[in-house]
Design a binder for this molecule. Sequence first.
Ligand code: FPP
Length: 235
Amino acid sequence: MASASPEIPAHVAIIMDGNGRWAQKRLRPRVLGHRAGRDAVERCVEACAEAGISVLTLFAFSTENWQRPKDEVNILMDLMSRALREYVPKLVENQVRLQVLGDREQLSPGLRNEIATAESKTASCGRMDLILALNYSGRWAMLEAARTAQREGVLLDSEAALQACLPEPRLPPVDLLIRTSGEMRISNFLLWELAYAELYFTDTLWPDFNAQHLDAALAAYAKRDRRFGGLPNKG
Ligand code: FPP
């Protein structure tokens, strides 16, 4: 799917950061930040679909997030499981196709089941693709590509050959990466797909992120001069 206008990024990826600090500021447990973060996910998915974005990838849980306290991991997994179940009718209504990207082996059978159901119920939705990166890291994806290539006897001698071996080979390059909470890191997100992404960092904590914040990111993106290693286009 191509986006309606070159000024609108076709693929937006978001590192949703700051749930814990949002809760801390309110002297509340971190879990409340994650719950508020879940509401922000709903708002953001709808705003992105409205804006005409074709693909939205959200970093929901990294392969490194298992290092968090067991209670917090369990709460996050439960939250994700419930969100998938409860949010499917809204996704269908908004014609958003959901796909999960990441290593599912370590996920509970219950969560794997919710993922499979959500993916199948939204499979024919065509307005926007929502990719949930769950138990994902960019290095994991590259290792998977190497393993696939070895298993299938593929020679990784071109970008196209490597791309074809990635866990989600159809994922287009990221046009705009947004990270909330003031941190300025890539944190092992879509390393291959981010090659020429425009980066946008905001101090807003993820649970506060709304359609106005998205508009501000899109406005900043529209002013960027994307060169892809070539010469300046504007001004
Ligand atoms: C980062 O905040 C956020 C996460 C590690 C998890 C993201 C999860 C959600 C937004 C909730 C639900 C998601 C879905 C898809 C329904 P942090 O905990 O690292 O915050 P901190 O840096 O302030 O501690």
